[in-house]
Design a protein around this ligand. Structure first.
Ligand SMILES: [Zn+2]
Ligand SMILES: [Zn+2]
Length: 146
């Protein structure tokens, strides 16, 4: 079974650039990763580190499906990363291209449904109340006059 490893320069640290390798062992991850990326993260094989990404079963979603099925070690050149913090490997990256640390908390649901269509409404980041059904905006001030 393939495991996920992060490859990077031991000297610079993974925050300065890291690659994703699926392999069976640290040794294999270093070997496969080096063959593919030598020079990208470091010029020195002794400085080239591979570290198991633990407790992150979702990272398998980043693997090549065919190579995962055939148990073939491989490198993911550009793992999907968060569009804000630019990191990967610490939490799943959603379809919004954000990690869990950077994703804003969902806006609270308004207690009263939309007068237009009856769907739930949320407060937008700009402070307006927006209907999730028909998309109509309501200014909070006008809301209080109702
Ligand atoms: Zn992030
Ligand atoms: Zn509505």
């Amino acid at each position: 079974m393939l495991q996920a490893y992060m490859i990077y320069s031991r000297f610079l640290g993974p925050s300065e650039g890291a690659g994703l390798v699926f392999a069976h062992s640290v040794r294999e991850a270093r070997k496969v990763g080096w063959q593919r990326t030598s020079g990208d993260f470091t010029d020195d094989f002794l400085d080239f580190a591979a570290k198991r990404i633990r407790n992150s079963p979702w990272i398998l979603g980043e693997a090549n499906v065919n190579k995962l099925a055939s148990d073939e070690p491989h490198v993911i050149d550009n793992p999907r990363s968060c569009s804000i913090c630019e990191h990967w490997g610490h939490s799943p990256i959603g379809n919004d291209e954000l990690c869990e640390d950077c994703r804003p908390a969902p806006a609270p649901v308004e207690s009263r449904p939309c007068p237009n269509c009856g769907s739930n409404r949320r407060t937008s980041l700009a402070g307006n109340i927006v209907c999730l059904g028909c998309g109509m905006y309501y200014a909070p001030a006008r809301e209080e006059e109702e």
